[in-house]
Write a protein that binds this ligand. Structure first.
Ligand code: AHR
Length: 609
């Protein structure tokens, strides 16, 4: 069934956005209005004829995974050990092993890093010189001495872990074992200890839960929150994360593929934390495939927050991008395709979209660099859609692109009226990818109803303009409360709890909204008045279609500042109920400060001849 475009949105003196199925300007009558809190009557006429409306793109609603707030490192990516290769100090800065901690004082153990690893891309190993022993003059303390990794590990009674380490001085050995937790502890840690005098080197230490999604490494509860949204695409991995403050700290794809123990990891200097890059390019492509979402790969274009590679010197970056596309899509007989196959995915991934940089349009070298990427990718992979950082919502692009990026972070009223921004956009040329939007600041707190309602109004405007808006995703997606860097976010979690903010729940209204058998009318009431809404349907052929089994889904709460929390994760969530007496004329009530989806089920009558 063709998805139906819901093409009418109106905002009123009392700001209410109404969205219906008519393809014509639909008369809305405000029968009474008052500036005081009151009840307002309104009438909506819906042209529900089969010729009305136009399709919403299949790709319309998706997600943007940004490595910010410790979203992926040690979280969606379920690895429990942080800084697993002891590289966080960089290859030339020994003995910076944070967040590893030493067990035992200096008379029992001496710990330092050196460059004895057998892996070329991550030379650092940890040298533990144990000075105490099981007997003699310097007896080790009970429990032994060594190191522990305190990254808020959760050990559930049912959890099994694979522990891997490499040991022995000159002959590195990979050791794997399954550790089975006998009890649940939300603040557990992994300790590696001994009571035997001698020298031990550790190179790479990993503790991976065995119950990740399909064994692909994704924490199942967080993955489930993404799967609920049914995203049609996933943009990844950032954001500023892709840029870096300095280029040396930008996420480089070639260092995030291959065996986990050979990845160097890197320090993300925008959000100021180390990532082991276990969640690398391959894993993002796998995540997209698992979700049934199209991957949208954002890559560095030779520009960071403070550096710009000159266009004459950007070719190595271009080659890296081509190599990575080959990694995703190339035949398994090719150099990079064979690496993908060796990692367990001989079939190509469905990579059809790439974004050249993030928020770099205003920078001096952007256009020059962009055009180098554009022509190389277009000529090697003509079907790949290329996304420019330059926003063309108010003026035409001065360069070729398939899509242009549009980001908006603002207060609630600006977001709400932003529903009309794309009414004025050019109907020709590249389409918009609204890849980051959110209400921020005091209107949003850490995820308020007010923010969510304003965003719902904005999204209604995007749906109505989906002839020129091709894709949309909220930002940021995740926040780990142990490392909050940005507010608000769609999904809030710690090592064992999680909830969706009201903005998360708003997205669910839209991800299911591509037509089907429903006439779906979405209404945001961004005001203190109750609205009595009379809806009448025109154009339904009474011999073919009748309305029945209809529902109302309502998102509201007692205060605009209400938020969800670990203790009240469902304070502000959508509530669905059946709509009574549905016919060609329907009366519904739209509560103050609410978002409602009225879903009228179209039953197609069988014609008997
Ligand atoms: O969403 C948070 C950040 O905001 C993104 O990383 C960046 O693209 C934007 O500036």
């Amino acid at each position: 069934m063709e998805p139906i475009l819901l093409p009418f949105a109106a905002s009123f003196l009392h700001p209410i956005l109404i969205w219906n199925t008519s393809s014509h300007e639909t008369p809305i009558k405000m029968c009474s209005a008052s500036t005081k809190v009151a009840t307002v009557n309104a009438t909506l006429t819906v042209d529900a004829s089969s010729s009305s409306g136009s399709p919403i793109p299949d790709t319309f609603f998706g997600i943007f995974f940004d490595e910010i707030n410790h979203a992926g490192a040690g979280e969606l990516w379920a690895e429990l050990v942080s800084n697993r290769g002891f590289e966080a100090g960089g290859p030339n800065m020994p003995s910076y092993i944070d967040p590893w901690e030493i067990i035992g004082n200096a008379s029992y153990i001496n710990v330092e890093t050196d460059r004895t690893s057998l892996f070329d891309r991550n030379k650092i190993a940890l040298r533990l010189e144990v000075l105490c022993n099981t007997s003699g003059v310097n007896i080790c303390p009970t429990g032994g001495v060594g190191v522990y990794n305190p990254d808020q590990m959760v050990w559930e009674a049912w959890l099994q872990l694979k522990y891997r380490s490499a040991s022995e001085v000159s002959n590195w050995t990979k050791v794997e074992t399954i550790l089975e937790a006998k009890a649940t502890d939300h603040n557990a840690r992994l300790q590696l200890t001994t009571t035997t005098k001698g020298v031990i080197w550790l190179d790479q230490v990993s503790a991976m839960p065995q119950d990740t999604y399909k064994g692909h490494g994704f924490r199942t509860d967080l993955y489930g929150m993404l799967a609920n949204i049914q995203p049609r695409f996933i943009r990844f991995p950032g954001g500023c994360f892709v840029e870096g403050v300095w280029l040396r700290n930008a996420f480089r794809w070639n260092e995030s593929v291959g065996p986990w123990e050979e990845r160097p990891g890197h320090f993300g200097d925008v959000w100021m934390y180390w990532t082991d890059d276990g969640l690398g390019y391959f894993e993002f492509l796998q995540l997209a495939e698992d979700l049934g979402a199209l991957p949208i790969w954002v890559f560095n274009n030779g520009i960071s927050h403070r550096e710009q590679v000159d266009t004459t010197a950007v070719l190595p970056f271009v080659q890296e991008a081509l190599d990575r596309i080959e990694f995703a899509r190339g035949d398994a007989t090719l150099k990079w395709g064979s690496l993908r196959a060796a990692m367990g995915h001989p079939e190509p991934f469905d990579l059809k979209y790439v974004a050249v940089g993030n928020e770099d349009c205003g920078k001096k070298n952007y256009r020059g660099n962009y055009l180098k990427f554009f022509s190389a990718i277009r000529s090697a992979y003509p079907d790949i859609q290329i996304i420019s950082n330059c926003d063309a919502s108010s003026k035409p692009l001065d360069h070729l692109a398939d899509l242009y990026d549009h980001h908006v972070y603002t207060n609630a009223s600006n977001m709400f009226v932003g529903a009309t921004v794309f009414d004025r956009a050019s109907r020709s040329g590249p389409k918009a990818f609204v890849s980051e939007y959110a209400v921020i600041g005091s209107d949003a707190g850490t995820g308020s109803l007010r923010a969510a309602l304003a965003e719902a109004g904005f999204l209604i405007g995007l749906e109505r303009n989906s002839d020129v808006v091709h894709m949309v995703s909220y930002a940021p997606l995740f926040v780990n409360t142990n490392d909050r860097r940005w507010n608000p976010d769609a999904i809030v979690f710690n090592s064992y709890q999680l909830y969706g903010t009201p903005s998360y729940w708003v997205q669910l209204f839209f991800l299911e909204s591509n037509g089907n058998n429903y006439i779906r009318i979405k209404v945001v009431n961004f005001d203190a008045n109750t609205v009595n809404l009379h809806i009448s349907f025109d154009g339904l052929d009474p011999n073919k279609v009748h309305l029945s089994g209809s529902t109302k889904t309502l998102l509201t709460s007692s205060s605009l500042t209400d938020e969800n929390s670990f203790s009240q994760p469902k304070k502000v969530v959508p509530i669905q109920s059946l709509l009574q007496s549905v016919g060609r004329e329907v009366n519904v009530v739209v509560p103050p400060y609410s978002f409602t989806s009225f879903d009228f089920l179209k039953n197609h009558l069988l014609s008997v001849n």
